[in-house]
Design a binder for this molecule. Structure first.
Ligand code: XMP
Length: 512
């Protein structure tokens, strides 16, 4: 897609970098992220209309601390440094950065000293802001003035209006900064003079034109996973090239109740692509027979999935291009270096395009964050029930049945999960993710006058922003009671319902 122009965020490893990018977009301005180590030429190529330097965990005085080519400040566009970004701006301009007397963390009342113009225009004289720093600017560089302070931090914000350089010690991107959006809007609209033209309606138009240009009169193959991203990518491609789009949907037999039918229904009626739906459940059960180890299960499912997909596309005959629903966080994350331990292998079809000999890869959501993908989906006419679907692991219910898989156990987890979802949705109570797990444990019970020996089902319900950490959703007892009674009453083979009250960490969200 022709590169839209907007704000470039240089990432110094701060935990809020993606949040800054999302907030800028929520203000209607396109934003992109590059690591701070990006060469000046790569930065120029983005043709940014403004630059934001993110926060980061280092101190600018550390040996080898991340830095940038000072020429970034001479590109002729406004620059806003946030936290570490502000300290680096000060440091590179000859200012002083020192360890503060007291670390400031959390909600902090900041006095805004210059609210009549510029970055803080229109903000309250005292505003609650989110602080998280040990180091701070204690000596301003030439040409800069302090425009905000706290009792512990003499320069909570600084400005050099002549050169359009600005810095804030606090985090305007975090919602705890009560007027943070106003500050960002001032930077975007007043200082960079950008208008709000980044909308999903406009994006859809541009993306469709771009797809047509890339694909010409060729054909495209896309793997539908049942998730939001591939569905939105398919809807967009359908609008662009109609039935020259072929979708392959592999049902591994571990989808939630009603999900496969919904996907097939939408992509035969609302977006009538050429759809090849493969029911491969038997094959997956066979491959998984006797397997109890979670990683083994994930690997087998990943491998079988690729095989079935390859077979299905071979049967369809050659398609020119391969499309997938890669989204912007995947793009940013693959550009940054992270050496984390593999806790769970996630399967995807990443290596396929090369193996199958396609001419090009079409990734029409590469620039979008998840919430934008959802908005785009609604704009294109996908139903809310699909667009706002909870995250669902690629291996599906298979990793929610602990121990060996059997059709009976999958039925129990699927039916209990449907009941749980119905009840939570009807209650209006919000949780980020909720599902049931077949624990694998059997216990003795009594139903009517009969002894039972049946499975225990666990309810997992969490609240989280990023799924990296999660809290237990405080579901009311009355609701748990109702869910439990319905599961026991309606799902045969299960005689006990438990509630998982473990946060992440130490537990993960899924059980396997
Ligand atoms: P965990 O269990 O690691 O889950 O705490 C974090 C989030 O990731 C989802 N998850 C997956 N998503 N493929 C995916 O696309 C997978 O293999 C997978 N495994 C876990 C999980 O549902 C939760 O939202």
């Amino acid at each position: 897609m022709n590169q839209p122009r907007g704000i470039l965020i240089l990432d110094f490893g701060g935990q809020y970098t993606q949040l800054i990018a999302r907030r800028v977009r929520e203000c209607g301005v396109y934003s992109s992220v590059l690591p701070c180590s990006a060469q000046l030429e790569a930065i120029r190529q983005e043709e940014p209309l403004g630059i934001i330097l993110s926060g980061g965990p280092a101190s600018v005085l550390d040996e080898g601390a991340p830095t940038i080519d000072p020429a970034v400040f001479g590109l002729g566009v406004p620059v806003l440094g946030i936290c570490y970004g502000m300290q680096l701006m000060a440091h590179l301009h000859g200012g002083t950065v020192e360890r503060g007397q007291q670390r400031e963390y959390g909600r902090t009342l900041v006095t805004m000293d210059e609210t009549s113009t510029g970055l803080l225009q229109g903000m309250s004289a005292q505003s609650v802001c989110w602080m998280s720093h040990t180091w701070q600017v204690t000596g301003l560089p030439d040409g800069f003035v302090s425009i905000a302070h706290t009792p512990n931090c003499p320069v909570a914000a600084m400005a050099n209006p002549g050169r359009q350089l600005y810095g804030v010690q606090f985090h305007p991107e975090v919602t705890h900064s009560e007027e943070g959006t106003r500050l960002l809007e001032n930077f975007l609209h007043r200082i960079c003079q950008l208008t709000s033209d980044w909308t999903m309606e406009a994006y859809a138009g541009r993306a469709i034109a771009q797809i047509r240009q890339q694909v010409g009169d060729g054909t495209v193959l896309l793997g539908l996973s049942g998730g939001v991203d591939s569905a939105v990518a398919a809807a967009l491609l359908y609008r662009a090239i109609g039935r020259r789009l072929t979708c392959v949907y592999v049902d591994h037999g571990f989808m939630r109740a009603g999900e496969s039918d919904q996907v097939v229904d939408i992509f035969t009626k609302t977006f009538p692509v050429e759809l090849k739906a493969v029911d491969a459940s038997q094959r997956f059960f066979t491959a998984l027979s006797g397997v109890t180890d979670p990683e083994q299960k994930r690997k087998i499912i990943g491998r079988e999935f690729v095989e079935v997909f390859k077979q299905a596309s071979a049967e369809l005959g050659k398609r020119d291009h391969f499309a997938q629903g890669t989204i912007y966080p995947d793009v940013i994350e693959s550009g940054s270096v992270k050496g984390s331990a593999v806790i769970k292998s996630h399967h995807n079809v990443g290596g396929l395009p090369g193996e199958l000999g396609f001419t090009s890869l079409v990734e029409p959501l590469r620039m979008l964050f998840k919430d934008e993908v959802r908005k785009l989906g609604l704009t294109l006419g996908l139903p809310e029930s699909l667009v706002y679907r909870q995250p669902f692991p690629g291996p599906g219910l298979a990793i929610r049945v602990i121990g060996e898989l059997t059709p009976e156990k999958v039925r129990i987890v699927r039916e209990s999960d449907r009941i749980l979802r119905e009840e939570i949705e009807a209650s209006g109570i919000r949780a980020s993710q909720y599902f049931t797990v077949l624990t694998g444990a059997k216990s003795v019970g009594v139903m009517g006058d009969e002894r039972t020996y049946a499975y225990a089902v666990a309810i997992r319900a969490v609240t989280t922003d990023d799924f990296m950490t999660a809290d237990v959703a405080r579901l009311p007892y009355e609701l748990l009671d109702k869910i439990s009674a319905r599961i026991i009453g309606e799902v045969s083979g299960c005689n006990r319902v438990l509630y998982d009250v473990t946060t992440k960490p130490p537990a993960s969200i899924e059980w396997e």
